[in-house]
Design a protein around this ligand. Structure first.
Ligand SMILES: [Mn+2]
Length: 317
């Protein structure tokens, strides 16, 4: 029997959630199953190809709900988990035994670990470090910007690899290793080092590019990386460079979309004035209250710049 696991690709929590889900369900439900992984990325007007659900059991972890009756397991903690009111209605109507949604969790990994323990009596003490780091990373709870940007620890080194590597191969190798190996051992693995080294060199360069292009004013950092070939960056760099700022808005171009990222400084204490998921939802995006994104078609750069300018103006108001 095959268990198909759709997970949030290029995200530490997505990988850790897939690993934890595998350990848990293999121990409690499917000891002899073959687990196969498919990385999912947020896309404008996302739809789930029915062909994705090709397992005897089909799971989604750390990603939106799919209104497909073949979806047997679902764990998510994103505020924008439902693509439409019809999807939310499908979820509520189905009342599926193994569908779990709780947007109060900082990480999907911790959510799965708690449900596995409370509902199914499953624990994995050797994965406690993985769960703790998933919560730190997805919840942006690093001690400071230096810890997040200087990338000296195994968990942060794996974040760089997972977020930066092209394709899903290295991510899925990490998902398989995370099920049984400590993070330090995974980060030191020669096959992972090989992916890490060039990404780290690029990361150092990126700090320089953002230093040059970013402008901080009235608590909002803005930069536009379109045309630089840069498709992603460590989201803490803006606060490493501009520690006094509260929000960051950036424009990025990837091969299949143009993306506006909207983030907030995790080291600013107290409640923020704006809900970033709600702002992004107005433009067809989504996320969490303190971090959101808007994906637009790849050729919509002018429109993306316009939207970014509007969001910057709103955040500065
Ligand atoms: Mn997550």
């Amino acid at each position: 029997m095959r268990v198909r696991v759709l997970y949030h690709d290029h995200c530490f929590d997505g990988a850790a959630a897939a690993a934890y889900f595998t350990r848990f369900t293999r121990a409690r439900f499917y000891p002899d199953a073959e687990y196969s992984y498919t990385g999912m990325m947020h896309e404008p007007n996302q739809s789930f190809d029915p062909a994705l659900f090709d397992g005897g059991e089909n799971a989604i972890v750390d990603f939106k709900y799919a209104a497909n009756d073949k979806l047997t397991w679902w764990f998510d903690h994103h505020q924008s988990a439902f693509l439409s009111p019809a999807d939310a209605e499908h979820f509520h109507r189905r009342q599926a035994e193994h569908h779990f949604f709780d947007p109060t969790y900082k990480s999907c990994t911790k959510f799965i670990a708690n449900v596995a323990r409370e509902k199914y009596g499953f624990t994995a003490p050797d994965l406690e470090d993985l769960v703790r780091w998933a919560d730190i990373i997805d919840g942006a709870q690093y001690a400071n910007a230096k810890e997040a940007v200087e990338i000296a620890m195994p968990a942060t080194q794996l974040v760089l690899v997972i977020e930066g590597t092209k394709g899903s191969e290295a991510v899925q190798r990490i998902i398989r290793m995370m099920q049984h190996q400590p993070l330090a051992e995974i980060a030191a693995d020669p096959s992972i080092r090989e992916v890490f080294e060039p990404l780290y060199a690029q990361h150092l360069k990126m700090i320089g590019v953002i230093r040059e292009r970013s402008h901080a004013e009235q608590g909002v950092v803005f930069f536009d990386l379109a045309g630089t070939g840069v498709e992603g960056y460590n989201k803490f760099i803006p606060y490493y460079l501009h520690p006094e700022s509260v929000y960051t808005v950036s424009v990025l171009q990837a091969p299949f979309r143009t993306k506006i990222s909207v983030g907030s400084n995790p080291w600013v204490e107290g409640p923020l004035r704006h809900n970033l998921a709600s702002i992004c939802e107005r433009y067809g995006g989504g996320g969490h209250p303190r971090v959101g994104a808007i994906s637009l078609p790849k050729d919509a750069l002018d429109h993306a710049r316009q939207v970014a300018a509007e969001v910057v103006a709103e955040l500065r108001s």
